[in-house]
Design a protein around this ligand. Structure first.
Ligand code: IPM
Ligand code: MG
Length: 363
């Protein structure tokens, strides 16, 4: 039986970019004998419109059953007035939580062809290859108590809770150490141990795990504010960064911009091992739904396609096919073919489907 893929295109540019990814997957079936059983469903605003909730129980069940979930993007101004805990983003948070996708891998790589797209000087980013491992199912995103309470005197009080347990810290740190071993063998663990108890615990638990199981990996620690600064000052000092949910959200956006285009970067979210021996997995571009350009056929499908390359690597044990797709994308960029977001002088601008055509031609 072919492996199963659940497609959740979502909102905004999600459906446009996922349509191009579909073409790439079909190509693999036709030319490489690699077929997938693809099912499509709704998430985010698209699901609110049909089911009244940003992800339905039926969709969650399909996600649990699939070998991998391929997600586009969620959210948009159309759903701005939806109740807070029912907004499109809540669908994304729910699928992360339900599938226990605790480790979010966000690579930030600079391809030679795009070195000038970065806002940093080329020498600072040429050859950059960082992997941010962001904790994804804990911390302030999910901590209790939370809410907004009325203090009765015209004042209100907003509360969120940053909370981590040793088990949560060590399982994500373990993923970071494992990845470091097959990369540059360095992990930088990031928190605010100077002001937060949860950060102090984070540092102690990462240090303890390292001593017992990963002493061969070089471990350093950094405060999150310093890390934000170092990413701009000298990003190539990093190999793998492991950090909590909120710091990871912020630092990964920053790291993505070092590469010049949000439209290029994929991500993988991994959960516990299933009975099949595979981890629960969801792959998605790190860019959002970009409602301002949705429906105009100009979005960059490369992050979605590279997300699938990550799926080939981490879920489907097809590193050669993953590399084939990555090489095709590099070839397209080297030919000077660009979507609007990465357009540069002397290059040829193409549409979303034009980029799909170019990647297929390179394949
Ligand atoms: C991300 C996004 C999400 C997050 C939003 C859309 C809920 O910013 O995946 O980084 O904050 O995690
Ligand atoms: Mg984010």
């Amino acid at each position: 039986m072919p492996p199963t893929l659940l497609f959740l295109p979502g909102d905004g540019i999600g459906p446009e970019i996922m349509a191009q990814l579909r073409r790439i997957i079909e190509w693999l079936g036709q030319h490489r004998g690699l077929t997938f059983d693809m099912v499509e469903d709704l998430i985010g605003g698209a699901s609110i419109d049909v089911h009244g909730v940003p992800i339905s129980d039926g969709t969650l069940a399909k996600a649990q059953a699939a070998d991998a979930v391929m997600l586009g993007a969620v959210g948009g101004p159309k759903w701005d007035k939806v109740a807070y805990d029912n907004r499109p983003e809540a669908g994304l948070l729910k699928i992360r939580k339900e599938l226990q996708l605790f480790a979010n891998l966000r690579p930030a790589m600079v391809l030679d062809a795009l070195v000038d797209a970065s806002s940093l000087k080329p020498e600072l980013v040429r050859g950059l290859d960082i992997m941010i491992v962001r904790e994804l199912t804990g911390g302030v995103y999910f901590g209790e108590p939370r809410g907004i309470e009325d203090l009765g005197n015209g004042q209100r009080r907003g509360v969120n809770t940053q909370v981590y347990t040793t088990a949560e810290i060590q399982r994500v740190a373990r993923i970071a150490f494992e990845f470091a071993r097959v990369r540059g063998n360095r992990v930088c663990s990031v928190e605010k141990a100077n002001v937060m108890e949860s950060g102090k615990l984070w540092r102690e638990d990462v240090t303890a795990l390292h001593a017992v199981e990963y002493a061969d990996v070089a471990l350093s620690h950094m405060y999150a504010d310093n890390c934000a600064m170092q990413l701009c000052r000298n990003p190539k000092q990093f190999d793998v960064i492991v950090t909590d949910n909120l710091f990871g959200d912020i630092l990964s956006d920053e790291a993505s911009m070092l590469t010049g285009s949000l439209g290029m970067l994929p991500s993988a979210s991994l959960g516990p091992e299933k009975p099949t021996g595979k981890r629960a997995a969801l792959y998605e571009p790190i860019h959002g739904s970009a409602p301002d350009i949705a429906g105009r056929g100009i979005a960059n499908p490369i992050a979605a396609i590279l997300s699938f390359a990550m799926a080939l690597r981490y879920t489907f044990d097809q590193p050669d096919e993953a590399a084939r797709i990555e090489r095709a994308i590099e070839a397209v960029l080297n030919q000077g073919i660009r979507t609007a977001d990465i357009m540069a002088e002397g290059c040829r601008q193409v549409s979303t489907s034009g980029m799909g055509d170019a990647v297929l031609a390179a394949l």
